[in-house]
Design a protein around this ligand. Structure first.
Ligand code: PLP
Length: 428
């Protein structure tokens, strides 16, 4: 494959955009080389500026669960755009998507829309602090909740890839209110709660972690967090920005039948436009301005184009009762295929998979938390990544990322991918 035009475009971008990218995870720092510039995408495929076709396993980092340029979403956006793109006044559409989201997700009465997952998590924590009148939060190493100050303490994903786990620019005052726990380790959480009695407002968690590869919770972990929160007057925040409307209609709350106090959304809920949201029982949501004392706002929040895209996406998911089962089956098929060829080629690996999320780790040990995720062999990953790109398969350019399976992928695409992995892993 030739990447002449992508390289040129990157060189031009670097002059006027820091690192040439508007989000660090798009850079190829962890794998070497220069980013591929996209021209268009349709269904399961990306088409780059050099005319190459790539089977896409990132899917905009999650949102495109039904594939790129999904007709009903595209149509909805075009039709809305003709009627005006922003008003800063209420529209009926906002109530329609809110009502649908509330009907799909268990245990929430009200939802507020924002413009990104970052905003959703930041606002959820502010709400939890206002509601409990406490300052501290617990987060887990390797979990990513967006780039707002309180979360940039051992955040996963990009923050780890780029070697800035405790980000300069975050004040010591902010950092001291974020307590760091180990994912899948309840005892660790108990100890932190004991040491900070009546000071903790919220525990925020990716109920299935997806920003250090895909790491499902061990049995009892989420149940234990729920019990600890209830017993100690702490609000449990499920950050379902990645898992919401992906692992089940009602997200992880439904999948494992556990109630969170506040739930954050992003990615799929916006159908590929910039949308985030947070939701809770009325008692908690009524603490928000204009009803309550906790301030939260946004000029473009509930933007008609974004809401049209999100509504079309949620309707498609709501109307297709087989969708999550179908995605799971495709992902399990891919997982089994990858396992077979890696074994046959004597590669040391671990595969984690749940629903339509999957990650391949080049390490023999189980990957259950940040430490075990970090133990993977990055040199092998680099070869894997570049080998796959050369074969026409695109995965995230970092070993800390989950692959997202879309409904647009056919079994032929999955077989093609498995064959590509077979070929590439012979060269390790
Ligand atoms: C992507 C992500 C975020 C941040 O969302 P943005 O829209 O990128 O701000 C927050 N939490 C989780 C779990 C995510 O995967």
């Amino acid at each position: 494959m030739i990447y002449q035009r992508s390289s040129q475009l990157f060189a031009e971008a670097e002059k006027v955009i820091p690192g040439g990218v508007n989000s660090p995870v798009r850079a190829f720092k962890a794998v070497g080389g220069t980013p591929i510039f996209v021209k268009s995408a349709k269904g399961a495929y990306l088409y780059d500026e050099d005319g190459n076709r790539l089977i896409d396993y990132i899917n905009s980092w999650g949102p495109m669960i039904l594939g790129h340029a999904y007709e009903p979403v595209v149509e909805a956006v075009i039709e809305k755009a003709k009627l005006g793109t922003s008003f800063g006044m209420p529209t009926e559409l906002e109530t329609q998507i809110a009502a649908l989201a509330v009907s799909m997700v268990p245990n929430i009465d009200k939802i507020r829309f924002v413009n990104s997952g970052t905003e959703a998590c930041m606002s959820a924590v502010r709400l939890a602090r206002g509601f409990t009148k406490r300052d501290k939060i617990i987060k887990f190493a390797g979990c990513y909740h967006g780039h707002s100050d309180s979360f940039l303490i051992q955040a996963g994903s990009g923050a780890v890839t780029f070697g800035t786990p405790n980000s300069p620019g975050v004040t010591a005052g902010t950092a001291k209110d974020t307590l760091l726990a180990k994912y899948n380790d309840l005892e660790n959480v108990k100890t932190l709660i004991e040491a900070n009695k009546n000071e903790i407002a919220a525990i925020i968690v990716e109920p299935v972690a997806g920003n250090m590869g895909c790491i499902p919770p061990v049995k009892g972990f989420l149940e234990g967090l729920r019990e600890l929160c209830t017993a100690n007057g702490i609000l449990l925040i499920f950050d379902e920005v990645m898992t919401g409307f992906r692992l089940a209609r009602g997200g992880v709350q439904e999948l494992f039948n556990i109630d969170a106090d506040i739930v954050c959304f992003g990615k799929v809920i916006g159908g590929g436009l910039p949308v985030g949201a947070f939701a809770a029982r009325a008692e908690i949501m009524n603490f928000l301005a204009p009803l309550g004392p906790v301030y939260q706002a946004g000029t473009l929040s509930g933007n008609p184009l974004a809401m049209a895209a999100g509504l079309a996406m949620l309707q498609a998911l709501d109307n297709d009762r087989e969708i999550f089962k179908r995605l799971e089956e495709k992902t399990a098929y891919l997982s089994a295929g990858i396992e077979k060829v890696l074994k046959a080629n004597n590669v040391v690996f671990t595969i984690n998979q749940i629903g339509s999320m999957i990650s391949v780790h080049f390490d023999a040990n189980p990957v259950t938390d940040f430490q075990s995720a970090a133990a993977g062999d990055n040199e092998t990953f680099k070869k894997f990544f570049h080998g796959l790109v050369a074969e026409g398969v695109y995965i995230a350019p970092s070993a800390y990322e989950t692959w997202f399976i879309t409904d647009a992928l056919t079994y032929e695409d999955l077989d093609f991918t498995i064959q590509a992995i077979d070929k590439v892993s012979k060269t390790f």
